[in-house]
Design a protein around this ligand. Sequence first.
Ligand SMILES: NC(=O)C1=CN([C@@H]2O[C@H](COP(=O)(O)OP(=O)(O)OC[C@H]3O[C@@H](n4cnc5c(N)ncnc54)[C@H](O)[C@@H]3O)[C@@H](O)[C@H]2O)C=CC1
Ligand SMILES: CC(C)=CCC[C@@H](C)[C@H]1CC[C@H]2C3=C(CC[C@]12C)[C@@]1(C)CCC(=O)C[C@@H]1CC3
Length: 346
Amino acid sequence: MATHLRSVGKKCTVIGGSGFLGQHMVEQLLEKGYMVNVFDIQKRFENDRVQFFLGDLCDKEALLPALQGVSVAFHCASPAPSSDNRELFYKVNFMGTKAVIEACKEAGVQKLVLTSSASVVFEGTDIKNGSEDLPYAKNPIDYYTETKILQEKEVLSANDPCNNFFTTAIRPHGIFGPRDPQLVPILIQAAKSGKMKFIIGDGKNLVDFTYVENVVHGHILAAENLQKDSPLCGKAFHITNDEPVPFWAFMSRILTGLNYDPPKYHIPYWLAYYLALFLSLVLWLLSPLVTIKPTFTLMRVALAGTFHYYSCERAKRDMGYKPVVSLDEAIDRTLQSYPHLRQAKA
Ligand SMILES: NC(=O)C1=CN([C@@H]2O[C@H](COP(=O)(O)OP(=O)(O)OC[C@H]3O[C@@H](n4cnc5c(N)ncnc54)[C@H](O)[C@@H]3O)[C@@H](O)[C@H]2O)C=CC1
Ligand SMILES: CC(C)=CCC[C@@H](C)[C@H]1CC[C@H]2C3=C(CC[C@]12C)[C@@]1(C)CCC(=O)C[C@@H]1CC3
């Protein structure tokens, strides 16, 4: 049966629905005939077909009204990785997710789909075609990753078929597309300030960048296939474009597509890593006096200088996933969506 016919009359809530991924989720869910509630601490768009609930997800009582009569909750809220605030990550990603689970159970929501991250297994060393069976990172590089691990464990272990409550986690990697506040804007900002001159490593490291519509497609398939005795219950799934690409070729394509020069000099990965480590120590020492956000964090250097691409075979097998937008098309659409970041030609 066509996906949109199966979903008619279904009501869902997108927690974090004002965010980059969240807004794309809302758009596709509406297109597929879902009734959509959004729960978020901020309202970032207007849509008459959406019911908004403003609140902090750490507050179970605030969540409950947004979950009444809902069969699926998508949890895609998180503080931005760049906020680098340990307490906030712990409170929202871990404690807040416990509140989400409790609220779903109390409101009678049957399915909870978490947006996790493939970075839960990443420790700064190469991952080639990694499967979901890789162990969680023992030494996560940053607090964001540390709390995404705690969050994912919490959601997957809450799967409880006896009480008609089913959970699953989607692990996307490097989401990009129109309205992304992170990847393209940070890259262009770095280029503008003359920081994108160097390729970290030999430039051959393959990485997954995943178009936002493919990520949304994976979430909706997960919700529709999550049911009693399905292989999705309590399990995590990589969702990628299934087209790993050299990190620096991808960055260069975005830069040249917006009329910026691509980086051309090389710096060894180990040197960039220790420079970033040294910088993070200096900034930590200075933190009581001044807050500075570095462009080259340890995590970004690790992501830029290593292989990290993942197999999405499990999603193909268990939920019939296949990317709906190719990488080429995705890059073109993304470049067209940022006219304000395009540099005028000299
Ligand atoms: N952007 C990426 O490359 C990747 C993102 N992810 C995950 O995807 C999810 C969505 O990420 P993005 O859309 O990129 O982030 P985003 O920052 O655009 O959206 C997050 C949303 O969560 C909301 N939020 C934050 N704290 C909240 C709270 N306490 N209560 C209620 N709402 C709150 C924010 O207001 C925002 O609207 C996150 O869980 C992130 O960890 C995973 C892999 C890659
Ligand atoms: C080296 C440099 C400064 C490149 C500019 C682009 C980066 C800002 C992005 C390249 C890979 C991206 C990425 C994420 C954030 C933005 C980048 C570092 C995540 C850390 C976002 C949250 C996740 O769950 C994993 C992502 C991996 C890739």
